[in-house]
Design a protein around this ligand. Structure first.
Ligand code: CO
Length: 134
């Protein structure tokens, strides 16, 4: 059911420093910071030949990633995003398998203007999983 790894998201305490690490030390193709107010994050996209890395930093007082940064002050891997063909069919399959979908279970429009869902980390090897419709 899952397809390509769309991105790996990493929460960072200092977005400029993280972008510079990926740009200069690792020699990657790095975007300018983009504020995604609806998601409460500022993000920098690192484009790799086979996937993307998203560097995330909290934006605004109610950012959903602030508590992650509070628990992990030096940052860390936040989630993996897999592509699926049909997000509603994927959700229904997963729910039938006993997996927990976060929130109200309805897809939201994600950072790439495509429908996304998040799955409970306890059901997926301790990793928060995002599904994005292709
Ligand atoms: Co994501």
């Amino acid at each position: 059911m899952i397809g390509r790894l769309n991105h790996v998201a990493i929460v960072v305490p200092d977005l400029a420093a993280a972008a510079e690490t990926y740009r200069s030390t690792l020699g990657a193709d790095v975007s300018d910071p983009i504020d995604l107010a609806a998601h409460g994050v500022t993000t920098v996209f690192v484009v790799l030949p086979n996937t993307k890395i998203e560097l995330l930093h909290p934006l605004g007082p109610n950012s959903p990633i602030q508590s992650f940064l509070d628990r992990n002050p030096s940052g860390g891997m936040h989630h993996l995003c897999y592509e699926v063909e049909d997000i509603l069919a994927a959700r229904d399959h997963l729910v039938a398998q006993g997996a927990r979908v976060l929130g109200d279970g309805e897809p939201k429009i994600g950072a790439h203007d495509k429908p996304v869902l998040f799955l409970h980390p306890k059901d997926f090897c301790g990793t928060l999983v995002e599904l994005e419709q292709r």
